[in-house]
Ligand binder design. Structure first.
Ligand code: 5GP
Ligand code: ZN
Length: 145
């Protein structure tokens, strides 16, 4: 039952289809584990998405072996953007869950080139804190680790 449900998710997942090459994409890199494509609605020129070829809805479902390969690959992509697109820096962005802004439920890492003179994008409004509040929140997270 669960396996069938899982198969149905994968069969209807657009990033599974793109990663498998069933739907065309502007591919910048491919190996047996990943396909790296350009985003259709780029935040800046060269905005890329790292897609694992096997389906995981988000980072909590990602196989650890694949997870360990994501950051080195993102670094390579970002370095190539700096060398060949002339960007001054890049953001790595990875959303998990609708509340975090994830719109496609197949794990992906955004690599977003940032160009000199462009806006510096911070994904949040800096808030305020108290030492007690930080300690209380830290203890809650620590309890689950
Ligand atoms: P999320 O909001 O889930 O972190 O990011 C999803 C990203 O995928 C968005 O930036 C969106 O523009 C991109 N996207 C959605 N559908 C497609 C598609 O069919 N092809 C490509 N290349 N990008 C897509
Ligand atoms: Zn998928």
């Amino acid at each position: 039952m669960w396996k069938r449900f899982r198969l149905e998710i994968e069969m209807s997942c657009i990033f599974c289809k793109i990663a498998a090459g069933e739907i065309p994409s502007a591919t910048v890199y491919e190996d047996e584990t990943f396909r790296v494509i350009l985003d259709l609605n780029p935040a800046s020129e060269g905005h890329a998405l790292i897609l694992p070829k096997s389906h995981a809805a988000d980072v909590t479902e990602l196989n650890e072996e694949i997870a360990a390969k994501v950051l080195p690959l993102a670094t390579r992509v970002g370095q190539s953007m700096k060398a060949n697109l002339g960007c001054a820096g890049f953001n790595l962005v990875q959303n998990n869950g609708e509340a975090a802004g994830q719109t496609v439920r197949h794990f992906h890492m955004h690599v977003i080139p940032r160009y000199e003179g462009g806006p510096v994008i911070a994904a949040w409004e800096p808030g305020t804190s108290t030492p007690e509040g930080l300690a209380e929140t830290a203890a809650k997270i620590q309890a689950g680790l």
